[in-house]
Ligand binder design. Structure first.
Ligand code: DX5
Ligand code: ZN
Length: 212
């Protein structure tokens, strides 16, 4: 069954701990944490201290999505703060093999994300070394955007390219009860969803609708 990773970007930040505890009891499989530096994307969010402070609110894996230009200076801090998956962007400004080695040195799962205009073939050289591919189905930076249908073909192409290797395909942006089934059919293993879950209480019902 597909896994659901709620993006806390759409949570009520005044009660972040409570929000995460509610997700624990609602069938969430991971907690997706969007880190933005105001440079790679025109928005700013959380740093490692926030991740550290919410770590005790959940035993679910923390799925940290780094939308930052220079991940190398931050990776160790997020490892220490309790990240389980660390996803960097293929389009960031640093050497991808070096970033992969930093995450692996910390014994964490490595993810690479591709923006809507990045070709699936660009990620191919890294597939043997990573655990997860995050297909962006919106331009990274903000929640609540409309799903871009082109992501479906990218997921299907990746599924075929990955073959029997153990690499998870995750999709992020505009996921709701209408867009989720096509992603799952195409081969997505993880659905990241922010506004759909946080706007549809109870969370348990929203998450189970995504799982289909
Ligand atoms: C966007 C973030 C997403 C965002 C998704 O840059 O990476 O994780 O929270 O939000 P929705 O589900 O509202 O599109
Ligand atoms: Zn994200």
């Amino acid at each position: 069954m597909v896994l659901v990773s709620p993006s806390i970007l759409s949570a009520d930040f005044s009660s972040l701990g409570k929000e995460i505890k509610a997700l624990n009891e609602s069938g969430a499989d991971l907690i997706h944490i969007d880190v933005m530096d105001g440079v790679f994307v025109p928005n700013l969010t959380f740093g490692a201290p926030v991740v550290k402070s919410i770590r005790s609110c959940s035993s679910l894996p923390f799925d940290v999505h780094l939308m930052v230009e220079k991940p190398s200076v931050l990776i160790q801090d997020f490892i220490d703060a309790g990240a389980d998956f660390i996803t960097i962007h293929l389009e960031c400004k640093e050497e991808i093999p070096y970033l992969i080695s930093l995450i692996k040195k910390g014994k964490k799962k490595v993810g690479i994300s591709i923006k809507p205009n990045t070709k699936v073939s660009d990620i191919l050289p890294y597939i043997p070394d990573i655990d997860l591919i995050l297909v962006m189905s919106v331009e990274p930076g903000f929640g609540g955007q409309q799903f871009q249908q082109e992501a479906i073909k990218k997921i299907a192409d990746l599924k075929e390219l990955i073959g029997k290797k153990k690499v998870l395909i995750s999709v992020d942006g505009g996921i709701n009860d209408i867009t989720a089934p096509a992603c799952v059919y195409a081969g997505a293993d993880i659905l990241v969803a922010g506004s759909y879950i946080f706007k549809n209480k109870p969370y348990k019902k929203a998450i189970s609708k995504l799982k289909g």
